[in-house]
Design a protein around this ligand. Structure first.
Ligand code: SF4
Ligand code: SF4
Ligand code: FES
Length: 279
């Protein structure tokens, strides 16, 4: 079913506008300085250095990088274990997000040795020394490793990420065939960690209007759902030089997804569907 473009103001034009690219601090604060060095405990023989970004925008200090020498013989196997150990035993002011510790909540996404990934699924013995740990870029820093995801989630809300369909008959469920269900594979697994969006150059420069790979993958997830009845409406909402077509197929997003998903393919599927309906 194709529904023509409505005259209604698309809701994401109401999103907050950013006068400067997000994640860039005021010039006087942008230079990162060397921070404090925390030595390894006496007698530790298996030590890794963690160089961790620290910044409190509410304070007067510039951002800094603290170096923690962590005894791996007294630590769990994952980077998240090391961060928890630092917080519990060395510096309780270190701030980061985490919840599930098994790669399903998306909270602990950060930039680890230059790559966006989840701290809870990155093994310490895979990481070269020193390990650099920064917040996801292109997000305003709330504190240390915690970035502000308000804009990313506002963009997610703007695609109305739920089933838009008339109610099913009272006496049966809304059914899908196994083939229809399989169309969602590779998309429904997205945990909204925003590793991909944070690594997307188009989103760095046009993030106020370009939806970015995570939200576009989610948009395709609903377009691919056989139960959804709002295909035309969803396509109308995406057909825009900025929202969708600012993707230049650089595929940073696909390279960085810690769940092995392919947002670049989802974006290509949306473009294909738009071409199809043009006939
Ligand atoms: S393929 Fe598109 S969405 Fe993915 S990183 Fe490149 S420009 Fe961004
Ligand atoms: S597509 Fe991958 S990287 Fe992007 S938000 Fe979803 S899980 Fe994270
Ligand atoms: S703590 Fe949930 S994904 Fe890492």
């Amino acid at each position: 079913m194709i529904i023509r473009r409505s005259e209604e103001q698309p809701r994401w034009t109401l999103l907050r506008r950013f006068p400067v690219p997000r994640g860039f601090h005021a010039a006087s604060r942008s230079r990162v300085q060397a921070g404090r060095e925390w030595p390894a405990p006496e007698g530790a023989g298996n030590v890794k250095r963690m160089q961790v970004y620290r910044y409190d925008p509410e304070g007067d200090e510039r951002p800094r990088v603290d170096t923690f020498h962590v005894d791996l013989d007294e630590c769990g196997p994952m980077l998240l274990d090391a961060l928890i150990k630092i917080k519990n035993q060395i510096d309780p002011t270190l701030t980061f997000r985490r919840s599930c510790r098994e790669g399903v909540c998306g909270s602990c996404a950060m930039n680890i040795n230059g790559t966006n990934w989840l701290a809870c699924t990155r093994a310490l013995d895979e990481l070269d020394d020193p390990v650099t740990v920064y917040p996801l870029n292109n997000l305003d820093v709330i504190k240390d490793l915690v970035g502000d995801q308000s804009h990313a989630f506002a963009q997610y809300a703007a695609i109305r990420p739920w089933l838009r369909a008339s109610p099913p008959p009272k006496d049966r469920e809304r059914l899908q065939s196994p083939e229809q269900r399989r169309e969602l594979d590779g998309y429904y697994e997205c945990i909204l960690c925003f590793c991909c969006t944070s690594g997307c150059p188009s989103h760095w420069w046009n993030g106020d209007r370009f939806l970015g790979p995570a939200v576009l993958l989610q948009a395709w997830r609903w377009l691919a759902d056989s139960r959804d009845e709002a295909t035309g409406e969803r396509l109308d909402e995406l057909e825009d030089p900025f929202r969708l077509y600012r993707c230049h197929t650089i595929l940073n997003c696909t390279r960085t997804c810690p769940k092995g998903l392919n947002p670049g393919k989802a974006i290509a599927e949306i473009k294909r569907k738009l071409l199809e309906r043009q006939g």
